[in-house]
Ligand binder design. Structure first.
Ligand code: TXA
Ligand code: MG
Length: 296
């Protein structure tokens, strides 16, 4: 199903067999729990055993939308969904097709991003078809995802709200509502959300971080450049992807994964990418670029 962030591989969150099939299709390790999607905020919160006041505040302001909340779970959520943890990830997406599907179904849909584990997230229906082919009976085409990076994950299970994954909803917007969040250091070797592994969102083509204008590479090497904003003139790239010109972090985020898919399909030896400002959506973009360029 489409969402306004990325496409999701959806199955009945209350049916352990459907959930097992999602893990199987994605080749996803079982320690990596899934987000449970609902069509209404009240319904989403009904899967939590405790709803602190901040959860209500955040849900009222940002659902349907770009926020995923981690709360203590009710026993009706199968252990497979939460990877055996006592908590559950909840989101009400805003994409009209996702909402129509959720409301027609009536129950909760578990949906991870519709890519194989560790690979680039899908922001177009054709990315999903290319990844899974005949293995999927149906792809709901909701057009290109408007935001293009995953939802922002906030845990409300500790003493203070904690940012577990920077995403399409900017930290600044969250903090304007609930005050400072705990923002754990972005050390990719010590992920806070299980499954946020150092190597993630990775193209098949090797990818490295670099200053694009001054990077050097061997003659004859086919190198692609991924620039978030306008790029200084540089020689020798076989293919250049500029996400947004002039720099607009929202547009850049929306283009990020599609540009990574195009570079990955261009038969390159290497992809070089340059980080952007660490503010607003820049945080989510940098997080994805850093993980995509890590090899485990
Ligand atoms: O935008 C999105 O969030 C998309 C769309 C489809 O909703 N979904 C998505 O799902 O990005 P996925 O599976 O690719 O990433 C979900 C993240 C994982 O890093 C997982 O570890 C974390 O959510 N997560 C899920 N349940 C959790 C829990 N109980 N505690 C902490 N992290 C959790
Ligand atoms: Mg994912």
């Amino acid at each position: 199903m489409p969402t306004e962030t990325v496409y999701g591989l959806a199955g009945n969150a209350l049916d352990p067999l459907a959930v097992a099939r999602i893990f199987e299709l994605k080749a996803r390790p079982h320690f990596d729990p899934l987000i449970v999607h609902a069509g209404e905020a009240e319904q989403a919160l009904s899967y939590a055993s405790q709803v602190p006041p901040e959860a209500r505040l955040l849900a009222e302001r940002f659902w349907p939308g770009l926020l995923t909340l981690i709360l203590q779970k009710r026993p009706c959520i199968p252990d497979l969904v939460s990877s055996g943890m006592p908590t559950v990830a909840l989101r009400v997406p805003a994409h009209p097709t996702a909402l129509a599907l959720l409301r027609a179904f009536g129950g909760p849909l578990a949906a991870p991003s519709a890519n194989r584990f560790g690979r680039i997230s899908p922001t177009r229906a054709e990315h999903v078809r290319a990844e899974f082919g005949e293995a999927l009976s149906c792809v709901l085409d909701g057009g290109p995802c408007q935001l293009g990076v995953e939802s922002t994950i906030v845990s409300l299970c500790g003493e203070r709200p904690c940012l577990l994954r920077p995403g399409a909803l900017a930290l600044e917007e969250l903090e304007a509502l609930v005050g400072p969040l705990l923002v754990p250091s972005a050390d990719p070797k010590h992920p806070l959300a299980p499954g946020q592994l150092p190597s993630h969102y990775a193209p098949r083509t090797p990818m490295r971080l670099a200053e694009l204008a001054s990077a050097s590479f061997a003659p004859g090497q086919r190198v692609g450049a991924l620039s978030v904003g306008p790029m200084k003139p540089a020689q020798g790239y076989a293919r250049v992807e500029v996400l947004s010109e002039p720099l607009d972090l929202r547009r850049a985020a929306a283009e990020l994964f599609a540009a990574m898919h195009r570079l990955d399909d261009a038969g390159l030896d290497l992809i070089l990418a340059e980080l952007t400002l660490d503010e607003g959506l820049g945080r989510a973009i940098n997080d994805r670029l850093i993980r995509a360029s890590q090899r485990t």
